[in-house]
Design a protein around this ligand. Structure first.
Ligand code: FAD
Length: 318
């Protein structure tokens, strides 16, 4: 069977969930060959093998240590030459999308970004995307070169599928560009203990209806009771109530969780663009005519200051 390259997103050998989702999708179009780079790369092999990787190509070098993309592109290009895959799949993170775009230019291929599904087709893998602020769902295929496809987190349920997961060393020679940039300092963000917004299985978001930074604590309490990430509409972010890193929408982050809870959010097209592909959408809004109710699976017409604390209580009591 043809092979599919899967770029592994891991932290010191701990594989992040979007990569396991990629392996699940990759199996629909070929045998997944994972590419794990940097410290702990070999330690990823066991879990990657459990999720269908027939082979794990690994490389470690100081160049991979920081969030610099060119060394990783060099490595993926080397893997592409070694394997001649039918597709290269990369998680749709900020880093992943830059790696994918650079790789596509290097190997002269077309690219599809932010796919939410993948299937095999007679003429190559077919990706589903949600485009034009989520107004349309399209199916597309790359017609030039090896398809390079980035896939949004939470696009597939992770399925185990034991495979060999045999580790093989990948030989990488770095390009001049790889050494042209250096990380000169880092300022770690204070951890909230909550999942990363774009990877979270559940997101609870607050909008203008939350009516103040101090009131976001009720959104956070609901989020914590569900093990969710907290999102915010642009109106809430522009008002300074919540950080821009948590903004969901066209000019914020794009999320696709299993469950999205929108509270005090009207459902403007630019907000929908960032959350419309969520699997189940729940809204709490006191205006029964709010456009958000056009796309919800469950809607509660009510005051969020009454509904959200009750919901938190109910979740906590289970
Ligand atoms: P509003 O539209 O004011 O809605 C507030 C809602 O809260 C109302 O429906 C109201 O009924 C409800 N409410 C009020 N009080 C309560 C209560 N006590 N209980 C329950 N419900 C209550 N927006 C984004 O979100 N993300 C983006 O990335 C983004 N990018 C944009 C890019 C561009 C180029 C432009 C032009 C706009 C963008 N916007 C974006 C802004 C977008 O158009 C909307 O203005 C914004 O989403 C509105 O935020 P909101 O729903 O919180 O506020």
């Amino acid at each position: 069977m043809a092979e599919v390259l899967v770029y592994v997103d891991h932290v010191d050998g701990a594989v992040r969930k979007p990569t396991l989702e990629l392996l699940t999708l990759a199996r629909r179009v070929g045998d997944p060959v994972a590419v794990a780079l940097g410290a702990g790369a070999e330690a990823t092999a066991a879990v990657l093998g459990e999720h269908g990787a027939v082979k794990v190509l690994t490389a470690d070098a100081p160049e991979f240590a920081d969030y610099l993309v060119v060394p990783k592109v060099d490595a993926l290009q080397a893997a592409h030459e070694a394997v001649s895959p039918v597709a290269v799949l990369v998680p749709s993170s900020t880093e992943g999308k830059e790696i994918a775009a650079r790789l596509a230019v290097r190997i002269g291929s077309g690219i599809i970004t932010d796919a939410v599904d993948l299937e095999s087709g007679a003429e190559g893998p077919v990706a589903t995307q949600s485009v034009f602020a989520a107004s349309f769902t399209t199916k597309s295929r790359v017609s030039k070169g090896t398809p390079v496809i980035t896939v949004k987190p939470n696009s597939a349920a992770v399925e185990a599928a034991p495979a060999a997961g045999a580790v093989e060393a990948l030989s990488v020679s770095f390009s001049d560009q790889a050494t042209g940039t250096k990380v000169v300092g880092r300022t770690p963000r204070e951890s909230t203990g909550r999942p990363e917004l774009t990877e979270a299985a559940i997101v609870v978001s607050g909008g203008r209806g939350v009516n103040g930074a101090e009131n976001f604590s009720i959104i956070e309490e609901l989020a914590d009771s569900l093990g969710a990430a907290v999102g915010a509409s642009r109106a809430a972010v522009d008002a300074g109530w919540y950080p821009h890193t948590n903004q969901v929408g066209q000019t914020g982050k794009s999320v696709s969780p299993q469950l999205y809870v929108a509270t005090g959010i009207s459902g403007a097209i630019q907000h929908r663009a960032g959350m419309q592909t969520s699997k189940t959408i729940v809204a709490v809004n006191k205006d029964a005519e709010a456009p958000i109710f056009d796309l919800v699976d469950y809607g509660v017409v009510g005051d969020l200051f009454e509904v959200v604390p009750q919901l938190t209580q109910e979740v906590k009591s289970r």
